[in-house]
Design a protein around this ligand. Structure first.
Ligand code: BLA
Length: 512
């Protein structure tokens, strides 16, 4: 429960995940007053790691923990610390067993944070620049966003060995879709699955814009509290936004357990200051990933973010070119055919080739021609009538006809989205392009998963329930039409009008 209240979808946004007062116990944390350099808070698992108790540290200086050699490395960094992490390797000789630690330092909320992660004795793990180079080469070759994502997930999986690495992209409504995936063969795919916005609440999204990487090596952990839990200077738990070991929301931990996930690493993909997506890594058993390897993946995530715009532009240009070429061929065909209509549907290039769509139709002087998957002839005629009354503009488009016209619900399988051009005002001649309901195009792999509910039963805490919730949200909607498609539709309309005018004039001249 949350502040002793039942957890609901609406109060989820209010869980103060930045001040849990708890850390993940695979490492330990010291908080020092940034001014006095006195240890003011310590995670209570410090003794388990280094054999020094909390009481021996509180109120003291770092020399209680670090030897002169390490102090000589740490202290010069002090004035340079910001929320950006600085990394040192330290050896604590008095520690029996695991004396080697990664020390990750940053300054935030009036404190200097020292986070210690034990490392294995043999772990050399130097930054593998050759591997990083190979990864970037792969990513640079991509000419579409999906290819780009596919390269990124495959490379991150090869580097880290996570059982599943996916690219999760946010839609404008903040729901998300797994658009690329690299996974161990025996795992059920999550590719193409959609999840509602509520799976990642607002305050978490805001935090992930500041801190790009999160790591949970073992979801089955008992959090270690900070002692004291409140910073004596502020009277509240300190802000762990930039902390590596921050303990994760118990709600999210439950979610991961319901999914059968035991370890995760996620990296924010940020474009123009907004969360575009997340690189998600899952493992079905606990998995420690070294700090350096996490940094390398973070580097890949940031590079991905920086290149994303270029890839999107490449893809847009390619689609634009495709539309233009299809348009030119259609124009040729229309001019060459005795009946211009034949040029739109009987030749090698048809209306279907111009846009990404499921079907198209021409309604002209009461004749109806359909291509691909479309509503029934009666439904198309009813649609034309509705357009004439309610949407008399030359070019009409919607990504949810059913929202404009309740009768449109019955068309949603083939025509949730409609783009149409009016050929004449009277009697109502049109060319239509149809897009199917998005739901029909989504493949859902989680169907056979066991659903586990939280005790209060009100939460969508598994992919299956999430998918059901998302389905309701997007019922009767199609992929939206893009501005470049609307432009092209306008041009097609003008061209067809010209051709018809020319034919009309020729007929007139012949008659005279
Ligand atoms: C956080 N939820 C998250 C995160 C992800 C998801 C990726 C980021 C934390 C991390 O790094 O793991 C969601 N994870 C997913 C999705 C998939 C996945 C969609 O693997 C799909 C494959 N979550 C809920 C509900 C609530 C909720 C109903 O589903 C609230 C009532 C809360 N999710 C929640 C909270 C966090 C979170 C509070 C923040 C966790 C933290 O950083 O402390």
């Amino acid at each position: 429960s949350l502040f002793g209240q039942p957890i609901t979808l609406t109060n989820c946004d209010r869980e103060p995940i930045h001040i849990p007062g708890l850390v993940q116990p695979y490492g330990f944390v010291l908080c020092l007053d940034a001014a006095t350099r006195e240890i003011v808070q310590v995670s209570d698992n410090v003794e388990a790691h280094v054999g020094i108790s909390v009481d021996q540290l509180l109120g003291k200086g770092l020399e209680r923990l670090l030897g002169p050699a390490q102090l000589a490395e740490v202290l010069p960094l002090w004035p340079t610390l910001t929320e950006a992490a600085k990394l040192l390797g330290v050896r604590l000789d008095y520690v029996t067993g695991k004396p080697l630690f990664k020390l990750i330092m940053h300054r935030y909320d009036g404190l200097v944070w020292l986070e210690f992660e034990p490392v294995a004795e043999k772990e050399a793990n130097p930054l593998d620049l050759a591997a990083l180079n190979a990864t970037l080469s792969q990513m640079l070759t991509a000419t579409t966003v999906l290819d780009f994502c596919q390269h990124a997930v495959e490379e991150v999986r090869a580097l880290t060995g996570f059982a599943r690495v996916g690219m999760y992209r946010f839609a404008p409504d903040e729901s998300g879709e797994m658009i690329a995936e690299a996974k161990r063969e025996d795992l059920a795919p999550l590719l193409g699955l959609h999840y509602p916005a509520t799976d990642i609440p607002q305050q978490a999204r805001a935090m992930y814009l500041k801190n790009w990487l999160r790591f949970i090596p073992d979801v089955d952990y008992a959090p270690a509290p900070l002692v004291p839990v409140r910073n004596p200077a502020t009277g509240r738990p300190p802000d762990m936004t930039y902390s590596v070991l921050r303990s994760v929301s118990p709600i999210h931990i439950q979610y991961l357990k319901n999914m059968g996930v035991a370890a995760t690493m996620t990296i924010s993909i940020i474009q123009d200051g907004r969360l575009w997506g997340m690189l998600m890594c899952h493992h079905d058993s606990p998995r420690l990933v070294s700090y350096e390897l996490r940094e390398m993946c973070l580097f890949i995530g940031k590079t991905f973010s920086a290149l994303l715009h270029t890839k999107e532009q490449l893809e847009q240009h390619a689609y634009q070119l495709h539309i233009q070429q299809a348009q030119v061929r259609l124009f040729e065909q229309v001019s060459q055919q005795a009946n211009f209509l034949d040029g739109l549907h009987q030749q090698p290039t048809t209306l279907l080739d111009v846009f990404e769509c499921g079907g198209a139709a021409i309604l002209f002087e009461d004749e109806l021609i359909t291509l691909g998957s479309t509503p029934s002839p009666a439904e198309i005629r009813a649609l034309a009538l509705w357009l004439k009354l309610h949407a008399p503009q030359d070019v009409f488009h919607t990504d949810s006809y059913a929202r404009l016209n309740p009768a449109g619900r019955s068309l949603r399988a083939t025509a949730s989205g409609i783009l149409s051009i009016a050929l004449t005002q009277e009697p109502g001649d049109y060319i239509f392009w149809f897009r199917p309901e998005r739901l029909q195009t989504v493949t859902w792999a989680g169907k056979n998963e066991k659903v586990q509910q939280m005790e209060d039963g009100q939460l969508f805490m598994s992919p299956r329930q999430s998918f059901a919730a998302w389905s309701q949200e997007v019922e009767s909607t199609a992929t939206p039409w893009q501005p470049l498609e609307l432009e092209a539709a306008k041009e097609l309309r003008l061209h067809i009008s010209d051709v018809r005018l020319k034919i009309f004039n020729e007929l007139q001249a012949r008659a005279a």
